[in-house]
Design a protein around this ligand. Structure first.
Ligand SMILES: [Zn+2]
Length: 164
């Protein structure tokens, strides 16, 4: 059986390690092994668990975590599994893992594939023409004495001459 997960951005290696550690906690001998290396968009981890039975037969459980951080499958390839192994799969590997995925436990730092690379987001802005501010009303220079009178003045503050 398998289940497809989408909509998060998950560290598949951490997820595989968590499945492995659950098996270990449940008394299985378990190892996790990367099947694909070096391609972040397609990863494949195999977790192989083995449990010695009472009657010299071993239960074996193989779980694959495969896909990309945003779309991946948990595939349970089971072999020689008894009621306890079945219970383990249903209760922990499915319910607990699914809850932890949905809780964001394995989420990678925000790095959505749709986001622009950061260095494109901080390109310096092209110097643009500032919008031309409305000109402040001009001071009025007195024709007699040259004094700069405030805008709108009718007579020079300094000498009293009429301003044009
Ligand atoms: Zn004046």
């Amino acid at each position: 059986m398998q289940k497809l997960y989408t909509g998060r951005y998950v560290n598949l290696q951490a997820l595989a390690q968590e499945i492995n550690s659950i098996l270990l906690q449940e008394g299985w001998e378990s190892t996790v092994q990367p099947m694909m290396i070096g391609n972040p968009q397609y990863q494949d981890y195999m977790i192989r668990g083995l449990k010695k039975g009472h009657f010299h037969h071993a239960e074996e459980l193989i779980v694959r975590v495969t896909g990309s951080p945003s779309e991946f499958r948990i595939i349970i390839e089971e072999e020689h599994i008894g009621p306890l192994g079945r219970e383990l799969i249903n209760r922990r590997l499915l319910k607990q893992i699914e809850k932890e995925i949905n809780d964001g436990l394995f989420d990678l730092p925000m790095q959505q594939p749709t986001m622009q690379p950061i260095n494109q987001q901080i390109t310096p802005t092209v110097p643009s023409q500032q919008p031309i501010a409305p000109q402040a009303p001009q001071q009025i220079r007195c024709p007699q004495c040259g004094y700069l009178n405030p805008p709108g003045a009718k007579f020079c503050i300094n000498c009293g001459a009429r301003l044009a």
